[in-house]
Design a protein around this ligand. Structure first.
Ligand code: HEM
Length: 141
């Protein structure tokens, strides 16, 4: 739940560039051929609710399908289609291993010096870093 909500609000790839191959109508919008688009993810209150900008891992309590109201294009941290991320399974496995190794050994909380300022520099990253206070769970950690 926490990983999914982090990927929803702070997807490392904030948008996906696409080029329109042939003219297409999307609702009221007519997109002409050759138009270059930057498709941005996960900030539509119609899909996520009025609390779209809040970090709420519990959205995913019953899985991605339920959280997205069964809309298969609502949650796209790894993109979609034939050019979607080839590293998705690797990345998800790596995140889970790293988190479980940390959580087995430490508790941690945000340092009072932390300033929340996500910024886009190729990927989304914390502008001033993330200062955490770690406490070992075991005497030998
Ligand atoms: C949390 C980690 C990651 C996220 C959120 C992420 C996200 C993405 C996104 C959004 C795309 C573009 C998909 C599209 O255009 O539809 C992409 C493409 C790609 N990613 Fe990742 N990625 C992650 C980790 C990785 C890792 C670990 C690898 C390699 C080991 C990787 C390799 C690639 C490659 C090669 C592409 C280009 C695929 C293509 O154009 O056919 N990614 N990724």
């Amino acid at each position: 739940m926490i990983i999914n909500e982090t990927l929803r609000l702070y997807p490392p790839a904030n948008s996906t560039p696409r080029k329109v191959e042939r003219q297409v109508q999307l609702g009221k919008l007519v997109l002409p051929a050759s138009l270059e688009l930057d498709v941005r993810f996960h900030h539509n209150p119609d899909l996520w609710g009025d609390d779209v900008h809040l970090f709420k891992p519990e959205r995913f309590a019953e899985g991605i399908a339920k959280a997205t109201k069964y809309n298969p294009v609502a949650f796209l941290p790894f993109g979609l289609g034939p050019r979607s991320c080839v590293g998705m399974s690797f990345a998800m496995t790596e995140i889970k291993i790293a988190l479980s190794m940390i959580l087995q050994r430490y508790t941690f909380s945000l340092s009072p010096t932390y300033v929340h300022s996500p910024m886009l520099r190729l990927t989304i990253m914390p502008q001033h870093g993330i200062q955490l206070l770690f406490r070992p769970l075991h005497a030998d950690a």
